[in-house]
Design a binder for this molecule. Sequence first.
Ligand code: HEM
Length: 510
Amino acid sequence: MYFLYCLFLLLVCAFLKVLHKFWWIPSRIHHHLNSQGIRGPQHKFLYGNGKEILQMRKEAMESPMELSHDIFSKVHPYFYTCINTYGKKFLIWLGPQPQLIVTEQDMIKEILNNKEKSYPKQEVWAYVKKLLGEGSVTSEGEKWTKMRKVANIAFHGDILKRMVPDTISVVEMMLERWKEHEGKEMEVSEEFRLLTSEMIARTAFGSNYLEGKNIFDMLTQLAVLISRNALKFRLPGISKFYKTSDDIESDKLVKEIHVAILEVIKKREAKMAGGVIDTLGSDFLGLLLKAHHDADIDSRISVQDMVDECKTMYFAGQETTTSMLAWTVFLLALHTDWQEKARNEVFQICGHNHPCSDDIAKLKTMALIINESLRLYPPVLGLDRESASDVRLGGLVLKAKTWLYIPILALHSDPKIWGKDVHQFRPDRFSEGVAKATNYNTAAYFPFGIGPRYCVGFNVATTEAKFALSMILQRYRFTLSPSYVHSPFQLMTLKPQHGIQIILRPLEKQ
Ligand code: HEM
């Protein structure tokens, strides 16, 4: 009898705890924000709005769209509906977690530029942690400072110049493969995935794509698992007792990635020990190893830190740049007048020679095209933060741990900022700088973020893209293939759901 009584008490306590977390706290926050004029869709017990978000995303992916650059409603159908119903800031629920969606520029500036650490990154969701560990994208505080320092040195301007020979030979490798497709249709996003993988493997890790292939493939598999499990409700702590097949597979991948990256690290150490090289190197891997062996214990980073940071760079360096290159080639294939302008500029500056760093800096039309491509098709679609404590934000009072999400594409496609031609591809809108293009609106254009967490690889990505595009333009004219189906969607970054098919024509044969 006593046992049954205890069991009953235990069940009542557990029930009350669940009720407190999943009903009482959400209702309180909902009421708190509602009383300040923030509205949003109805919160559903346990699931929040996760099911509707997933359902609308699935429906959007089932049918392609017309060939237009007005992609916000296709990529973020739920946000699109909410903005039209509730206005520029609204509250949604990811399970029991409230998330304030912010598209007002003053608030965005305040969140991203805040120096008092009021808006750190959100606590990392378990699956994302499997992918990126606690590397510089996800970490905070002292750990972030150490990691950011290493990355800043690794991707510094002078070091970029040293990457030029590797960049050229990697693009040449790709163009060699393209010879087989001359006069025919080819899909380019997979090509750019190989290109950016080879680039990051060589420039950051002193290896090559084949050596790192295993790591890239496993990270890609993990990214697919993340997307499949995002927004699915799970009772907290349940994975300790019950693992789904995705949990098991992702745990296995995490272990294998760890081992594979350790091998890359050990190989560099062995080279140094065996006298093959006389320093650990000044590339990203070399700098990580130096930080690991730092005489000052406070600056030292652990083996796990090194592995996490390598994962971050393998993934961040490849996914985003692939997306940028793929959408830029798509835009140039569609808007052949701009393709011609870009080509003329490349010939004027580089002739038929390989570009050098100074040439790349002179490619003004190319820079405009890349800006406009990143505006219409930003590879990173949103930024997340949370309120560290109860905080005042743009006239609102937020409770601690309220998640914040800034959908970059909403700002990039706002006609009030960009004007009536907002959905048109018009690179010349940037010809007098970003400030003029945005009608002097700040926090209106930020494909690489804003503030202290600004993208560390921004220079690497844009330089690499300019080299690749110049060398492609020197050799080929291309148009969009009739088989192309327009369906931009989010799988971590902004991707073409069915690839990007172009028809490739060698210049000399025209
Ligand atoms: C077109 C290409 C790229 C785009 C659009 C892009 C975009 C971004 C954005 C928006 C952020 C800010 C995230 C935030 O504030 O929450 C970011 C951060 C970051 N990016 Fe990139 N990125 C690109 C290329 C790269 C490359 C090539 C690398 C590495 C080689 C890289 C490494 C990072 C890292 C480590 C961070 C975290 C910085 C920090 O939190 O301190 N990115 N990126």
